[in-house]
Ligand binder design. Structure first.
Ligand code: SAM
Length: 238
């Protein structure tokens, strides 16, 4: 999978999320032991946004982070929720409509080629998306381009804990248990083999921070949550 050409990998990722979309929220809850909502809320709090902020949520999927942002900002703010997989976006759009959150725009686009003008967002977020992108430095350059000066980026991603014994327990869960539960619940044999593989191939925390600095972000820092099973990277466009 990782040896495949970029275009093939990109198409695979889009098609795979399209197949998983109807059961994605159920699986997120089960596989994260319901921690995923808490992680997203932490990200939103870390950004300390003003109520009239304009925020871009990249790789929004079924929109849980976009919805959390929209709820926190209220009607004075605006959230643009972007994903390249229409079935995932459709789920998010429908969820936001049911909750009466009308200040969210759902945008079908590639995170690596944003169809957006420069300098227009106060913040950009991405939860569990970066791992899937074929060119992470390019993603940070695009995010930097569309943020206003002073705008912040926050990236939440699954990571391997740095220390034993949490690391051993994590590997046991991610490599042995998670693919079995995922296969059973998603009816997509490959999707939950892809997940642990993508975590194993994810760059270490310092390398992600370096990509951000190379894209022009300052005050780059990262914080592990829940023993390092996820990590949040934050940066500011000067
Ligand atoms: C694991 S899901 C995360 C969804 C959501 N952010 C969450 O917190 O649950 C990853 C999402 O990234 C999207 N994605 C992957 N590569 C993308 C790209 N190049 N451009 C836009 N979206 C992309 C997929 O379609 C999928 O919806």
């Amino acid at each position: 999978m990782w040896a495949r050409q970029d275009a093939v990998r990109r198409a695979y990722v889009r098609e795979m999320f399209g197949r998983v979309a109807p059961r994605y929220d159920l699986l997120n809850g089960v596989l994260s032991l319901q921690l995923h909502h808490y992680w997203r809320r932490r990200v939103v709090r870390m950004l300390r946004l003003a109520p009239d902020s304009r925020v871009l949520d990249l790789c929004t999927g079924t929109g849980d982070l976009a919805i959390e942002l929209a709820r926190m900002l209220g009607p004075a703010g605006e959230v643009v929720a972007l994903d390249f997989c229409e079935p995932m976006l459709r789920m998010g759009r429908e969820k936001a409509r049911r909750r009466g959150l009308n200040h969210t725009v759902w945008l079908h686009a590639d995170a690596l080629q944003l169809p957006l003008a420069p300098d227009q967002f106060d913040a950009a977020t991405m939860a569990f998306g970066l791992r899937n992108l074929i060119d992470k430095p390019a993603a940070f350059r695009e995010i930097h381009r569309v943020l206003k000066p002073g705008g912040k980026v926050a990236v939440l991603e699954l990571t391997r804990p740095q220390r034993a014994p949490m690391r051993w327990l994590y590997d046991l869960y991610a490599l042995q248990i998670l693919p079995r539960i995922g296969k059973r619940l998603s009816h997509a044999d490959d999707a939950y083999l892809y997940l642990p593989m993508s975590i194993q191939h994810y760059e270490d925390r310092a390398t992600i921070a370096e990509y951000m600095q190379q894209a022009g972000f300052t005050q780059v820092c990262y914080r592990d949550l829940t023993f390092g099973v996820v990590c949040v990277h934050i940066g500011v466009k000067p």
